[in-house]
Design a protein around this ligand. Structure first.
Ligand code: SAM
Length: 275
């Protein structure tokens, strides 16, 4: 069948995927949700025509947004995920035995329901007894919870619509206050090719609020340009000082003790952004 989905990654760039089946379509008060089956990447979640995750490459993003931070902390117990309604980050956080509770705050119930129905291998952790799901705005949630979480993961859509405030200095200040004394946060912060001003601004904001800001990289084939950044703000522990020998053996396909270390090695064109 010659049916194609085209994501306009920006005004001058598209990614196209041949679709074999449309599994879900819904318009919620927040966005249009679609799940399609693609020939190249398998089932894919789209929000407002933007690729969020696919069963073929989701492991890269979900392992990196969770394990780099969690393995930086000696004993993370309470974790907050903002966004992340597909459940992939919850699934990865639950691999850490020290975690007593992982709270997911997702603004759109529709994303969670679509993922539970059509992406069970990604959403499988959402019904775990250690997982708590709250339907709310993450911006409001962090304001209302001081000194509560050891790690906060910002697994958001791009900085438009309800996610725009998740990329601002005011939000990072509230994240700082919502973290425990030695806590840290990790956020997905877009492409080092196409979002250079945004990344520089975020690093500057995080540095002005946290004692330490770090940028790390991973390759996610279905995101614009492939190469993707994650930003960490940390109150005490430095992810670059973690002893790779002390990282527990984990059931992962991208993250490893070597990747933990090398993901902080930035090519010069990315290093420019953190200067
Ligand atoms: N891996 C993805 C990516 O980078 O493309 C992110 C996936 S996850 C599905 C993003 C989620 O963030 C969406 O389900 C969206 O509804 C949610 N979201 C956006 N703004 C939010 C907010 N202010 N509070 C809580 N959730 C939010």
């Amino acid at each position: 069948m010659n049916l194609w989905f085209t994501e306009y990654q920006n005004q001058n760039l598209t990614i196209g995927c041949r679709i074999s089946k449309t599994l879900h379509y819904e318009k919620t008060p927040f966005q249009e949700i679609m799940v399609v089956d693609t020939v190249q990447f398998g089932r894919m979640l789209l929000l407002d025509d933007v690729i969020q995750t696919t069963v073929a490459d989701e492991f890269v993003y979900h392992e990196m947004i969770t394990h780099v931070g969690l393995n930086t902390l000696p004993d993370p117990r309470r974790v907050l995920i903002i966004g992340g309604g597909d459940g992939g980050s919850v699934r990865e956080v639950l691999k850490h035995r020290s975690v007593e509770k992982v709270t997911l705050v997702e603004i759109d119930r529709g994303v969670i329901e679509a993922a539970k129905k059509h992406l069970p291998e990604i959403s499988c952790g959402l019904d775990d007894p250690r997982a708590e799901v709250i339907i709310d705005d993450g911006i409001k949630h962090v304001k209302e919870h001081k000194n509560t979480y050891d790690m906060i993961i910002v697994d958001s859509t791009d900085p438009v619509g309800p996610a725009e405030g998740l990329f601002g200095a005011g939000f990072y200040r509230d994240v700082y206050d919502a973290l425990t004394e030695t806590g840290l946060f990790v956020a997905q912060t877009e492409s080092p090719f196409f979002n250079r001003d945004l990344i520089s601004r975020i690093i500057g904001d995080v540095r002005s609020i946290f004692p330490m800001a770090r940028l790390f990289l991973a390759n996610v084939p279905t995101y614009p340009g492939g190469l993707w950044t994650f930003t960490m703000g940390t109150k005490r522990y430095d992810p670059m000082e973690v002893d790779p020998g002390g990282i527990p053996v984990m059931d992962t396909r991208y993250y490893s003790p070597e990747i933990h270390r090398t993901s902080f090695v930035l090519p010069p064109f990315v290093k420019e952004l953190v200067k």
